[in-house]
Design a protein around this ligand. Structure first.
Ligand code: AKB
Length: 320
């Protein structure tokens, strides 16, 4: 497939995924091809390429940017995640839903080639089969974020089937990376723990020790995103959102994995309101549809991720 002449817009570029996706896209297409946008006035990342301030709720400004840019790909990542969404319900619903409509309507109006929108394991709920959660199953989410993802999936499918917008989506598990911090999620502990292991040698976890959740190391998440966006349209059979599996582990298992590198590391457990969110989500994911349709395969397991996280983060804290 020929992707020369791509013009790419990333909305929510300062976030955990956006930070790394912008770099990956710029690496592939060149900085000039990628416009990073976020609600903050300036880029909070190392990215030196084009940047514009954009609140995705400001439809006029979004449309102005889309009209000027004539984008071939749009990645819409701006959202409030599960934990913060419970604390700011109205705003979470507004941002997550209206933002998506603005992007889908803009894609339709300005003939964007393809759109990426992230869904999440949060689209599932307590009545969903918890282990090896299938692609097609009961989905009764119990968080504002999860409801917005479930509804968003249906709207993505609607815009694709009825209006011809080529929108593609993944149900991300918890994402773990060293370049940026997550914010406001339930899976955030799995990033924080590495930072605290290096700075304090101990971590107080806000989930119980045996809480299994689906997780993924950022290089796998970036690969999945780009593979999905680069796949021929005829291979994308699911237009709601694809299940995406990486690994599945509990806080206790991350701690054991860290102890292989830092033997004195200790963990304690102080579960808070995020425990009930985690309890409503799957423990592991069946992603066989993604494997079949566009050859998805995760590479990192827990120990490989731990070694890399500590190797990458180590020098940052040694300098201090
Ligand atoms: C969260 O914890 O809210 C997110 C997610 C699983 O979508 N990381």
């Amino acid at each position: 497939m020929n992707f020369h002449g791509e013009r790419i817009l990333v909305i929510g570029a300062n976030g955990q995924l956006g930070t790394e996706l912008v770099e990956a896209l710029a690496g592939r297409y060149g900085e000039a091809a990628v416009l990073a946008c976020d609600v903050s006035p300036s880029s909070k990342t190392d990215y030196q390429g084009p940047y514009k301030q954009l609140d995705v709720l400001d439809k006029d400004r979004l449309f102005e940017i889309m009209k000027q840019g004539q984008f071939t790909q749009v990645y819409h990542l701006a959202a409030l995640l599960s934990a913060r969404g419970e604390q700011q319900r109205d705003y979470a619903w507004k941002l997550n839903m209206e933002g998506l409509f603005h992007v889908l309507d803009g894609a339709l109006q300005f003939s964007v080639g393809r759109v990426f929108w992230p869904s999440s394991i949060a689209a599932f709920g307590p009545t969903t089969p918890r282990h090896q959660t299938p692609q097609h199953t009961i989905m009764e989410p119990t968080t504002v974020y999860g409801i917005s993802k479930q509804a968003g999936e249906q709207w993505c499918s609607y815009y694709c089937q009825k209006m011809g917008v080529d929108v593609r989506s993944l149900r991300y598990p918890g994402l773990i990376g060293y370049k940026s911090l997550p914010g406001g999620g339930t899976t955030d502990y799995a990033v924080d723990i590495y930072h605290k292991a290096l700075t304090e040698g101990k971590y107080a976890c806000f989930l119980k020790k045996d809480t299994y959740l689906p997780m993924m190391y950022m290089p796998d998440a970036l690969k999945a995103t780009l593979d999905l966006m680069h796949a021929d349209g005829s291979r994308i059979k699911i237009r709601t959102s694809y299940n995406l599996g990486g690994m599945s582990f509990s806080p206790e298992e991350v701690a054991q994995s860290i102890r292989k590198e830092i033997p004195d590391f200790s963990i304690s457990y102080e579960p808070d309101f995020r425990q009930s969110i985690a309890d409503s989500w799957p423990a592991s994911i069946d992603d066989s549809k993604a494997q079949q349709d566009w050859d998805w395969k995760a590479e990192f397991d827990l120990d490989a991720m731990t070694r890399d996280m500590l190797k990458q983060l180590g020098p940052r804290y040694k300098k201090q």
